[in-house]
Design a protein around this ligand. Structure first.
Ligand code: SF4
Length: 290
């Protein structure tokens, strides 16, 4: 048995005992998968699950989403974070109506041409929505492949993209990507994590990085998280949250006063950024969502 086959077998066995259902994986709906792809970017799974359910309740079809008011789209997105995603998701739906007859396309290039859709979301749609033989090579999968096959501790930095592609192709050729894809993603999220649990790992006998971790080596930190408190991102979130509470436009002055923003310059900078991202619009110093 070659290494890829052996790793695949062990991880599928692990998955059988640790299966968790996610609606965007099991519904076999390209639209549900597309929404799932947007909801899961940089977001905790529990929050992504709530947003996904809320979103499909409010906008059950591509057509519903395309026709909705952007302010409503932002309200439904709520506190999921990175609200630009909600606007891009709606614009992607509008393009599907205009360019693809109201359907989500299955071709990679078509998907990548939609606003806010990168390789990760495109492959989520193709694998889970259309059942195609592709792998969603997210950071979890890169981490597993780079460690097991190359012995790299921090594969996202150290393993070459070509090598990851080569290993992915071996896994795709072995079939049932609809099973091995979620199995790898979940295995990377719970066992082969940033600080891997090699002592519980079913592939530790095969993995080239296992002995390094077991002897106490640690991966170099990837990057420092930016401080959120007091950042523009936090203030932008607060402005959007405030606007969702009003059905009418709110004056710039009132926004500054309610949020105790430190100056007019700061208020203008934040509003200009939100406007540029199409999250708010302004007229006569009145601001509204969308
Ligand atoms: S042995 Fe450790 S590093 Fe290797 S795949 Fe398992 S958890 Fe990851």
């Amino acid at each position: 048995m070659d290494t890829a086959t052996e790793v695949r077998t062990h991880i599928l066995d692990w998955y059988e005992d640790h299966f968790v259902e996610f609606p965007w994986r099991s519904s076999r709906s390209p639209y549900h998968s597309l929404v799932g792809g947007f909801c899961t970017q940089q977001t905790q799974m529990s929050r992504a699950l709530e947003t996904h359910a809320r979103w499909l309740h409010a906008f059950p079809t591509v057509a519903n989403l395309a026709a909705a008011e952007t302010s409503e789209v932002l309200r439904v997105w709520g506190k999921t974070g990175y609200p630009k995603r909600a606007v891009y998701l709606q614009r992607a739906a509008q393009q599907c109506m205009e360019r693809f007859g109201g359907e989500i396309p299955s071709e990679l290039d078509d998907l990548l041409s939609l606003p806010g859709v990168g390789p990760f979301t495109a492959e989520i749609v193709r694998c889970f929505g259309f059942g195609l033989a592709v792998l969603t090579v997210d950071t979890n999968i890169v981490r597993i492949f780079g460690r097991v096959f190359e012995g790299d501790l921090q594969p996202i930095k150290d393993t070459s993209k070509d090598r990851i592609k080569e290993i992915s192709e071996q896994f795709i050729a072995l079939g049932r990507t609809d099973l091995i894809n979620p199995a790898l993603m979940d295995f990377g999220a719970s066992i082969c994590t940033g600080r891997p649990r090699c002592d519980e790992c079913p592939v530790s006998d095969i993995c080239k990085a296992a002995s390094k971790f077991i002897s106490g080596q640690v991966p170099e930190p990837q990057r420092k998280n930016k401080v959120y408190a007091g950042s523009d991102r936090e203030w932008r979130g607060k402005i959007l949250e405030l606007l969702t509470r009003y059905s009418r436009p709110v004056s710039e002055k009132k926004i500054r006063k309610i949020l105790s923003l430190e100056s007019d310059e700061q208020t203008q900078r934040l509003l200009m950024g939100l406007e540029k991202d199409l999250l708010v619009s302004r007229q006569n110093q009145l601001v509204k969502l969308g």
